[in-house]
Design a protein around this ligand. Structure first.
Ligand code: NDP
Length: 263
């Protein structure tokens, strides 16, 4: 039996085991998917091989550590330095990123979108920002602290901290911070966030399975909004296709993965 896992801290909330096990079960794949609570990202590679995993997903806060851990990084992940999917290939660790395409799948019903504000500057933000840029969408980044904004400055896009954000309106505001994941915090102080939400058309949160304070505010302002469930599904389908070496098409995988959302 092949073993797969998700690494994260926290990881108890993750729905990935249910999603991937649903695909394995319905497509009769002899495999199992579990979760690993990993606090020290520098131990990712040794833990992956010690557990004899065939593949894994990586969530907050280890996606950049996952990039560093890989022997080879392929596709879009190489462009952004962020890995969320790991494959064991002939003794080597191969890295991919499926988050950005998963997010585009999620916001497809929101089109047309011409300008986006991304809240947060971590691994998920990097993936989404590069994807938006590839799609010709104008994107700005707003983060709590300056440090992680340096990467986005090198891309030549507008970046702001809470103290330097001008009042502006956007088609879509996306929360990629972990504020609201395990607490009840807004990703940005309310006085700054509320006018941004009041003047946008759509709101999306990468966090799923709960109404975060960010989403609650979007709902108060009657904005069309969604949590991270569709993004989760999109990235999961693409990761599963890599785990199963493209034996099944994405539609088959999606059909069976979706069943886990009813559990
Ligand atoms: P990272 O750890 O790489 O980045 C976290 C970001 O959040 C940083 O910019 C950090 O700011 C900011 N942040 C953290 N806490 C707060 C806070 N209390 N207030 C304001 N800003 C804060 O995380 P990831 O990018 O990997 O993941 C971010 C979120 O996206 C997680 O909640 C994760 O669960 C979710 N996610 C969901 C997916 C899905 O499929 N639905 C896929 C991927 C991620 P600073 O730089 O100042 O520290």
């Amino acid at each position: 039996m092949r073993l797969f896992a998700i690494f994260g801290d926290p990881v108890a909330h993750s729905r990935s085991p249910l999603m991937h096990n649903s695909v394995f079960k319905h497509l009769h794949v002899n495999a199992c998917y579990t979760r690993v609570h990993l606090q020290d990202g520098s131990r990712l590679k040794e833990t992956f091989f010690a557990l004899k995993l065939s593949g894994a997903n990586v969530t907050v806060p280890h996606k950049e550590a996952a990039f560093e851990a890989c022997d080879e990084v392929r596709g879009f992940a190489k462009k952004i330095g962020v890995v969320n999917t790991l494959i064991h290939e002939h003794g080597k660790l191969i890295g991919y990123n499926t988050d950005a395409d998963g997010f585009l799948y999620a916001i497809a019903p929101f089109e047309p979108i011409n300008n986006v504000l991304v809240l947060g500057a971590g691994g998920t933000a990097k993936a989404l920002v590069r994807k938006f840029m590839d799609e010709g969408i104008c994107v700005s980044v707003l983060n709590r602290s300056q440090g992680r904004l340096e990467y986005f400055e090198t891309l030549g896009i507008p970046t702001h901290t809470w103290n330097s954000m001008p009042q502006q309106s956007f088609d879509l505001v996306v929360n990629t911070t972990s504020a609201g994941l395990c607490d009840n915090e807004y990703p940005v102080p309310l006085a700054l966030l509320e006018p941004l939400i009041a003047t946008c058309r759509y709101c999306a949160d990468a966090i799923y399975g709960k109404t975060t304070p960010f989403l609650a505010l979007a709902q108060q302002h009657h904005k069309i909004s969604k949590d991270g469930a569709d993004m989760l599904l999109g990235q999961g389908v693409l990761a599963s296709s890599l785990f199963l070496e493209k034996q099944f098409n994405n539609k088959q995988i999606e059909t069976h993965m979706k069943k886990s959302f009813l559990l």
